[in-house]
Design a protein around this ligand. Structure first.
Ligand SMILES: [Zn+2]
Length: 399
């Protein structure tokens, strides 16, 4: 039982899609509009990402600027210390020269003393292995050479101080060079980050440009579709006006809600127009081959005008009905029904008895439709028949 219901529903669904889609004006730009909205959302997202990437890059560039400043200051300090070191070094050299001179003087005095034979063990002193050794040997002769010894010792003390100073300066220089190396590493890191952010920014920008191009293309597509729809609408209005003129010439009532009953007992579901914008039966598919079937006729009535019951009966359906949008189905005698699709408003309820010409809703464009019209079907014993077999005086509004 359930299975059967399901298959009936499926069949109905298929009918709705088969019957209604092909005969109607294309749902112009709808998919393009969806795509455009999607593309615009993507662009907004990319804009945010770009902003973030640029902020990151600016941040790193600021940091790098500060690092550069610090590095430059440090290099200046290193230069200054280098100058101090070289000054100290030349002072040490000067000191060495002075000491050598003093030592020469000292040696000359020692030699003179020896020649005069005052002190006999001077030769021992000349066997000193170095200056330090000599100074210790001088202990033996200090009562004689006190003065010279103190001069040399003073020089030696100054030189030791200078050497200490130089060592301290060199230590400072080494520390600064280390700091500089560290700063340079940080700068290199910042450079790498900047390069990375630049690359990211470039990629995001490229994607952004691509999406902007997509959006422009879609907008163009929508504009063209709207232009086509506008021309179609103009054409429809022109034909409608022709029809009105024709009816006036024939003395038609126009605007009266008195239904025009035809022999079969079916009346036009509108008094607004007799324009048929899409006929019953096979319709050319986009490829040009007859492959789809329109189960009713489309009547090009104006938005908001009355939709009338074609024949008296009981309202079977009065609700949203898939691709038919707001739809009314009326059950008549002898198992025949009529269907009215795409209404903007429903003005009858299911189970209600309606008489011929009674207003059951207002013309709209709901469901699979973009322009306002009435999709009108007649089914006899479940078979869709061409309503134009019954409705007379129709005007051709299709190619
Ligand atoms: Zn239709």
């Amino acid at each position: 039982m359930k299975k059967r219901l399901l298959s009936v529903l499926l069949a109905l669904g298929m009918l709705v899609s088969l019957v209604c889609l092909p005969g109607h004006p294309t749902a112009y730009g709808e998919s393009a509009k969806d795509k455009l909205a999607e593309t615009r959302a993507k662009i907004a997202e990319l804009n945010q990402q770009l902003e973030a990437a640029r902020a990151n890059k600016e941040n790193v560039m600021e940091q790098k600027y500060l690092l550069d400043q610090r590095c430059n200051a440090l290099m200046e300090e290193i230069d200054l210390i280098g100058v101090q070191i070289s000054e100290t070094t030349s002072r040490i050299e000067e000191n060495e020269v002075q000491e050598a001179a003093q030592y020469d003087l000292f040696c000359r005095q020692v030699r003179e003393e020896e020649e005069r034979g005052v002190i006999s063990y001077w030769s021992v002193l000349f066997k000193a292995t170095g200056f330090a050794d000599l100074l210790s040997r001088l202990d033996f002769v200090n009562e004689v050479m006190d003065y010279d010894k103190s001069v040399i010792e003073d020089l030696r003390a100054i030189r030791a101080q200078l050497a200490d100073d130089r060592a301290a300066l060199q230590q400072q220089e080494a520390e600064m060079n280390e700091a500089k190396t560290e700063l340079e590493a940080q700068i290199a890191e910042a450079d790498a980050l900047i390069a990375q952010y630049t690359k990211e920014e470039g990629a995001l920008q490229a994607l952004h440009d691509e999406k902007e191009a997509d959006a422009a293309r879609l907008e163009q597509e929508i504009r063209e579709a709207e232009e086509r729809a506008r021309k179609e609408e103009e054409e429809r209005k022109r034909k409608e006006e022709e029809e009105r003129q024709r009816q006036k010439e024939q003395g038609g009532s126009g605007g009266s809600e008195t239904p025009v009953v035809v022999e079969s007992g079916y009346a036009w579901p509108t008094n607004d127009t007799r324009l048929i914008t899409s006929p019953f039966g096979p319709r050319p598919a986009p490829g040009g081959i007859y492959s789809t079937y329109h189960g009713g006729v489309d009547i090009g009535a104006s938005y908001g005008t009355n939709v009338l019951a074609s024949k008296s009966g009981t309202v079977l359906i009065s609700r949203w009905y898939g691709g038919y949008g707001y739809c009314v189905v009326i059950q008549h005698d002898h198992g025949n029904i009529t269907l009215y699709g795409h209404m903007s408003r429903l003005l009858c309820s299911e189970g209600q008895k309606v008489s011929q010409g009674q207003v059951i809703g207002l013309v709209g464009s709901t469901g699979n439709s973009t322009g306002p019209h009435i999709h009108f079907e007649i089914r006899e014993n479940g078979v869709k028949v061409n309503p134009l077999n019954y409705l007379t005086g129709w005007v051709r509004g299709f190619h």
